[in-house]
Design a protein around this ligand. Structure first.
Ligand code: IPE
Ligand code: IPE
Ligand code: MG
Length: 245
């Protein structure tokens, strides 16, 4: 295998972990078994990201729209997230991983909020990898919340509306602590963003694979990195000399 140069490794990778339900259905198992299997795939991805020198990994685990699923599935996902981070936090702390919950925490249970406050406080000083867990996350809510906070500051006379620019706006998003994603991976084959990182993905390279999330392993992650390394990021400019044709 040809090693990808470190310079071509994305600093921030975001993943839409999709396809758990289909994975289970294909095996005639209840959908929730796919979610359980998905946790194992997440652990593999976190370890791999750290080893490959990726600095930030943002994973979409529960969207603001996922509340519309059957109540038992929603409850299962709430419990699974709680159980997973309760169990894994010691290991994550030891591995130098900083964990951050990105999403609307206000409407999560008091128990979940407390778990995350503790997990974040315990790992705040870590720097090997930042793991953003997008749970109860929706880009539109995130953007509206940022707009509301800025408007409140302006109304209070603390902020001149003319001072609002891209950078200031980004500082009011859940992801203010990290750069925009370089690479966005979606498993399960759907060609859409499903309300994930709409602002932050303005110039992100997108990689979609048919592989269902529970089957997403190191080789597949490496294939995504390889595809990324071959992309030319232009940010609206003309191609670099020597890269045409
Ligand atoms: C993604 O898998 C996990 C969550 C949305 C929580 P799905 O549950 O959406 O799986 P599919 O897309 O139905 O296969
Ligand atoms: C996106 O997957 C959300 C997560 C992976 C957590 P969905 O399965 O909810 O997305 P849609 O409904 O196919 O767009
Ligand atoms: Mg899905």
């Amino acid at each position: 295998m040809v090693e990808i140069e470190q310079a071509a490794i994305p600093a921030h990778v975001a993943i839409i972990m999709d396809g758990n339900g289909r994975w289970a259905q294909r095996r005639s198992l209840p959908r929730v078994m796919g979610h359980r299997k998905g946790v194992a795939a997440l652990k593999t991805a976190v370890r791999f990201a750290k080893r490959r020198g990726i600095k930030t990994l943002t994973v979409y685990a529960f969207s603001t729209e996922n509340w519309a699923r059957p109540a038992e599935e929603v409850q299962f996902l709430m419990n699974l997230m709680h159980e997973t981070f309760f169990k894994e936090i010691d290991e994550l702390e030891k591995e130098g991983v900083k964990v951050v919950l990105v999403g609307d925490r206000g409407s999560l249970s008091a128990g979940v909020q407390q778990l995350w406050e503790r997990a974040e406080a315990r790992t705040a000083g870590n720097s090997a990898l930042t793991l953003n867990v997008a749970f109860n996350y929706g880009s539109r809510t995130e953007i509206v919340t940022a707009a509301r906070r800025l408007a409140a500051k302006a109304a209070a006379g603390e902020l001149d509306p003319e001072a609002i620019d891209d950078a200031l706006f980004a500082q009011h998003l859940y992801t203010s602590h990290c750069p925009d994603p370089d690479l966005l991976i979606r498993t399960g084959g759907e060609l859409r963003l499903s309300n994930f990182l709409l602002w932050q993905s303005a110039y992100t390279e997108i990689y979609v694979t048919e592989t269902l999330w529970p089957d997403f392993g190191e080789e597949e992650f490496e294939a995504a990195l390889k595809a990324y390394a071959g992309r030319e990021r232009r940010f609206g400019r003309v191609p670099q000399k020597g890269s045409e044709g």
